[in-house]
Design a protein around this ligand. Structure first.
Ligand code: NAI
Ligand code: AKB
Length: 373
């Protein structure tokens, strides 16, 4: 009865486990039986299987979206090109395919995901696959599958293989009954989008797996992320990226949110830096497993005025999208990230003025290079 022996050993280990100082007496249901998710005989359930002196072996899921390619670039600089594998279900452009390891991975395919983790000796998993707020409302069944069922696969594989797991959450994990100005780490969370509901689920499941199985789960609630060289994937904060592209291309911008809609925002370099920092933070410095992070907070009107300091001719109009506006009206206006600052030294570099200058310089230099060729 090797399986029973293994389960008994694991059960004893868990009930003795000092995680959170709690005594636990019930076995994890998912580990019982002969499913592919069966506990392996050498499962320890206690995280960080890699030696801290070695570089981690990182897998990024959903890596071809707005954030993944930039994160891979940052991590490859630090840990070596071949130690960071990007994955997605989309076909990578040449620039991505030839810049480091890329692999097809559908997070809904548990066996394929497990094979990738085993064959590549993955130690860190950065789980970026998701459907964002606006596209999620347009296809709830798919958002539910990717954001919830997909997350379950990720959690099981991470727990089974002792991975350090990063799952981003979002300002969208809060709702109209949350305090909105500012929104603290711990408060009422009753979001009204499938995206928000799935992210609260991810926060709670990750924290539960940490408490129950010792999974090294780390989670940051990102604000709206603004980037120049990658396009957002269908969110409510996308206007704050689009304004730069339209300003440079046409000198005109039509905003789909009302001029006074205040939302927390961050430049991509700060977002990627925070992700790296929280992944490298010693576990002892983390008093929580889910942290708000923030950099700035502005309205479309304020952002447009800042852009107009550089491009006074920019014309801005408003054509409000009811779905996006309702979502934005239920989200935080300001984010309280004091715990991240206190616990692991989070500090942003870009405020609104620096963000605008950086975005315009980047996009203008691209345009000039294009014209020169
Ligand atoms: N971009 C932002 O402003 C913010 C992003 N986040 C979170 O950060 C993460 C990354 O965000 P973005 O890069 O902006 O998202 P994105 O929408 O640009 O990219 C998501 C990627 O997931 C992939 N994907 C979809 N279904 C999949 C499946 N079945 N298997 C594997 N991959 C699949 C898509 O092909 C896409 O490349 C997401 O979890 C998002 O919720 C959180 C807050 C703000
Ligand atoms: C803030 C987010 O999570 C994302 N950018 C969205 O608007 O859906």
């Amino acid at each position: 009865m090797p399986v029973v022996r293994t389960l008994t050993r694991v059960a004893n280990q868990i009930t003795r486990s000092p995680v959170c100082g709690c005594q636990i007496s019930v076995m994890p249901i998912r580990c019982i039986g002969f499913s592919p998710r069966q506990v392996p005989s050498d499962a320890s359930f206690h995280s960080v299987s890699f030696s801290e002196t070695d570089h981690p072996r990182v897998l990024i899921t959903g890596g071809l979206g707005q954030l993944g390619v930039g994160l891979a670039k940052l991590l490859r600089k630090r840990y070596g090109k071949n130690n960071v594998i990007l994955s997605d279900i989309r076909k990578p452009p040449d620039s991505v395919f030839y810049s480091g390891p890329f692999i097809y991975s559908d997070i809904l395919d548990y066996k394929n995901l497990r094979e990738i983790v085993v064959n590549n000796r993955i130690t860190w998993l950065i789980h970026y696959s998701a459907l964002l707020s606006a596209v999620g409302e347009a296809n709830v069944p798919l958002a539910r599958a990717v954001n919830i069922t997909g997350l379950h696969n990720i959690l099981d594989i991470a727990a089974e293989h002792g991975l350090r797991l990063f799952v981003p959450s979002t300002i969208g994990a809060f709702g109209p009954t949350s305090p909105r100005n500012p929104t603290p780490d711990l408060c009422v969370q009753r979001p009204r989008t499938i995206y928000g509901v799935s992210k609260v689920h991810a926060e709670l499941m990750g924290e539960y797996y940490h408490y129950r199985y010792g999974l090294d789960f780390r989670c940051l609630r990102y604000p709206g992320i603004i980037s120049a060289d990658s396009q957002p994937g269908g969110g409510t904060t996308d206007y704050a990226v689009q304004i730069f592209h339209d300003a440079i291309k046409t000198g005109r911008f039509t905003c789909n949110l009302k001029p006074d809609t205040r939302l927390p925002m961050m430049y991509i370099d700060d977002c990627l830096k925070a992700t790296l920092e929280v992944m490298e933070a010693p576990a002892s410095s983390l008093t929580m497993r889910t942290y708000n992070i923030n950099a700035m907070s502005f309205t479309p009107e304020e952002l447009a005025e800042e852009v107009q300091k550089h491009m006074p001719e920019l014309e801005v109009n408003y054509d409000v999208d009811a779905v996006r506006q309702a979502i934005a009206d239920s989200w935080p206006m300001n984010f309280d990230d004091s715990n991240a600052r206190k616990d692991w030294g989070w500090k942003h570099d870009f405020d609104m003025a620096e963000l605008v200058t950086t975005m315009l310089n980047y996009l203008n230099s691209g345009r000039l290079a294009f014209q020169a060729n």
